[in-house]
Write a protein that binds this ligand. Sequence first.
Ligand SMILES: Nc1ncnc2c1ncn2[C@@H]1O[C@H](COP(=O)(O)OP(=O)(O)OP(=O)(O)O)[C@@H](O)[C@H]1O
Ligand SMILES: [Mg+2]
Length: 377
Amino acid sequence: MEIPFVYGKIVSDNDFVDRKEETDKLVSNILSQTNTAIISPRRWGKSSLVNKAIRSVSKTEDSILFVRMNAFKCETSQDLLELFAKRMVEEISTSAETVISNAREFISRLLPKLSISGPSGEYELSFGVDLRESPISEDVLDLPQQVASKRRKKVIVCIDEFQQIGEFSDTKKFQRILRSHWQEQPDVAYMLYGSKKHMMLNIFGEYSSPFYKFGDLMFLPKISNEVWVDYIRNRFAQTGKTITDEVASTLASAVENHSYYVQQLAQYAWLRTEKECTEGIVDMSLQSILDSLNLQFVNLMDSMTEKQRGFLCAMCDGVRNYSAIQTLAKYKLGTSGNIRIIKAALKKRDIIEDAGGTLEFQDPILRLWLQRVYKTI
Ligand SMILES: Nc1ncnc2c1ncn2[C@@H]1O[C@H](COP(=O)(O)OP(=O)(O)OP(=O)(O)O)[C@@H](O)[C@H]1O
Ligand SMILES: [Mg+2]
């Protein structure tokens, strides 16, 4: 029997729920060539959303070329330029032969060396140069417009984990270079998305940043509890099992409607259910997710200072005024002057975030683990 509920990969078709408004917005930005930056905490569904918008546009439009890349592994600006050139050439090529001719046509001055392996014509494009000795020219950033003009198409460049550029040693200079090339391209738009909220905000939200007002800035909201309830109920029903709306709602709320965890918890609960899913089953399933993450969270706590750990415990207890004398003493936070520093450090590590004036854990399971496991040790 097919197991419903999918987590840990991009979801599409029947597994993709909701996000109608965001999909429409992205589709319209693609069609109007509006640059877009998408920000959300990890695993809320950015990649799935972009994928959905691209698929939806591709069904009816063949005059738009999408070039997708993931900056996750890029450690330097040269890595990004190399990735950019490779992905451009790969995306406009339909076979190994066209890769060669396109590489010659568009990036011949980079002396690309091609290795083709496998009987099915799989290929790997590599540049036959030492990047440190002869660095890739930043002119590769003009490739999208060159391709757009030559092919008489519009190009949308999608870069996942874009916040990675914030880690480059020359980040500000490189951001200025990117911006100066990209803003001169009438037939190209960029979709830049990433999960490290504070980093993405540094890039797109700071007045002094080259990417300030680069285009639409979209904060992905969570999928609502009602939508999850419908989805979970239907998935159980389609596979001959049942779950009441109440239990489905408890399930999604237990993980604060966090996309990845809702799918994971629903799958665990579905696997444990013979006929009808109960709250007891949901709780057992939640416990097993907590168990599986125990070691990871222990290591995370080990990597923090005592004050940071104390602060997280105070957050779990629903403390609002962290500077109150009793709070400082109870959670060993030191003086009230420390609070700002502790918060900043935890935000920088993407452990907590400001959500409309209140502080929240980015990972709802970490909050539960602190409550159920850590604080009882
Ligand atoms: N629209 C959706 N419908 C159903 N499930 C979803 C949806 N969006 C996300 N999910 C669930 O969340 C998981 C993570 O989604 P996705 O990889 O798209 O998020 P992301 O924000 O790109 O994550 P990361 O921060 O790791 O890049 C999916 O595997 C799926 O379980
Ligand atoms: Mg992603």
